[in-house]
Design a protein around this ligand. Sequence first.
Ligand code: NDP
Length: 612
Amino acid sequence: MSRRHEEGQTVMAKWPGSHLWFHAKVLKTMEGDKYVVRFEEGTEEEVAAHHVLSESYFGRSGSKSPSRRRSRSRSRGRSPGRTPRRRSKSPGIKTPKVTKANSSGTPARGRRESPRKVAKSTPAAKTATPEPKGRASPEPKAKSSPEPKATSTPAKITKMEVKKVVEQKSEVVHRYATRSSTNKELVPGLDLKPGAVPKTTEYEFGGPVGAFLLTFLLPATVLYLYGVCNKAHCDLVFVPHLPKTLDAYFNTNAALVFLGWFAFQALIYMLPIGRLADGVPLRDGRMLKYRINAFFAFVVSLAAFGAAYHYKAPLGWVYDNYLQLASTATAFSLLMSVVLYIRARRAPKSALSPVGNSGNAVYDFFIGHELNPRIGSFDLKYFCELRPGLIGWVMINLCLCAKHYSEHGQLSTALTCVTLFQALYVADALWFEDAILTTNDITTEGFGFMLAFGDLAWVPFTYTLQGRYLVDHPEHDLTNVQAALIVLLNLLGFWIFRASNSQKNAFRRNPYDPKLQGLESIPTNVTNKSLLVSGWWGLVRHPNYLGDLIMALAWCLPCGFNHVVPYFYVIYFTILLIHRERRDHLVCSKKYGAAWDKYCERVKYRIFPYIY
Ligand code: NDP
């Protein structure tokens, strides 16, 4: 190995398992093109030589780095346990050093306050937990390695400290990422692959044939539900009763209302209101900015609805033109997907989606060819994901209420329940808007027909089925006791859904969050990722799905038991989440190996306790 860096030299080193570069000091030169470095806040790591660069490479030689302001962090790093951790000593999965007491009963040192304990699962922070690292450990699943043991989650690092470190580090990576992308000179070793996105080799949804069929089947389902469940009847029949004239599906007013709604939401999205959040780093090192103002858009939309109601706008028109609006939304999403696909063909190869780049036009059109299609700073996928469809869903429900009220002079308890339950769900999604930036939809899926249709047509026009049913069948209502029980059921579902999602998010952001004190976790062979094995995630493997499904049931129960079609949502959603859980199980099994097996052994049930 050619020694490019001397021991004691200050360098820039890449944080293992991330795209982030930070100041570090070279402690030791190792065999096999590696260095042992100490990052500024005290963490010592073995880093491949090509992930260690001189400071001058970043144009900051000797300059004061933003991250050098971390004097407080550094002073807190005087931990007795600062000897370099050599993963090579034990390639297997280890129990984290951070435990309450070791086997001999002596207090564990790991619980001392130390910046080394800052969680790395946050974008840039790092934990002192000596979890074996997939990359660094040549044989992560060696037979001799001890079984991964659950450990208590320590809680010595405060949220503020983590936030500070994360912010400082984000600042650094952002600066370097931007520099590299604007100068078109990418930092070598920065695991960004500026070249073409590799071809998609694994198909989902039955490949091109499945994608082709779904392109017709999904819109057909929206029409089918309208055809089998309307004012005249609500029965599952093979051939639905649908109108046969074109104007029953399309009219100018519906097109104008749809486009007006889309433009209204786009306008709010573009307002310089709300903070800008960073997306995850892209292949070329850039991080896109996203405007966080979906909840504001929701409030403005509710206010606009209130004004329209006050000025006696004909809100029941939405119910009367439901089919036309659904058809327009479908046609619009189809047209948009075609334009997106054509546009994507001309996009840089590095801007494509890794899962929508098969070379098969039908498949790529369906999954989405380009990852982040934008017009200037207007991000089409991000915009469609949360705003026109999701807020539109609540608006349609409110218009259905207006229709019902205008016909009966009062609102049924059942319709009120459904409207409020679903509004709560949407408000929650919009409130936690930035959580979407790390989901697969944003980071991996392209923007094609699947998402465009799902966002703009499927969600607003299938999820409002219960509301429409209750307008069409006003004879059905709930007693106070029934309503109270259903409200409790919905609140139970919401509580499980929100609490479990928040618990996992908090744990992924900072395993040392004081709120998580006492929770057990299993270390894994993936750098800084443990698995919660108590709390909500010790109840079942997907408590958030459980909560979501309980809510789905609560949204259907107000429709009574006369017809099965209004239960479409909970049936479809159960199938969707069971399928999703299976997929996630395979992914986690592959990613976490023995630790995942151990987790599954501890937590037997997937979604429903003692049932499934
Ligand atoms: P999850 O939020 O459950 O994420 C699964 C990931 O969580 C795993 O891949 C793993 O990722 C991590 N994980 C799993 N087990 C543990 C554990 N024990 N401890 C710590 N981390 C763990 O799944 P989704 O993204 O599918 O769902 C998010 C939410 O969205 C859910 O509430 C779901 O109900 C809802 N949803 C709603 C839909 C709708 O149409 N309304 C559709 C789909 C989902 P890693 O280890 O890499 O962090």
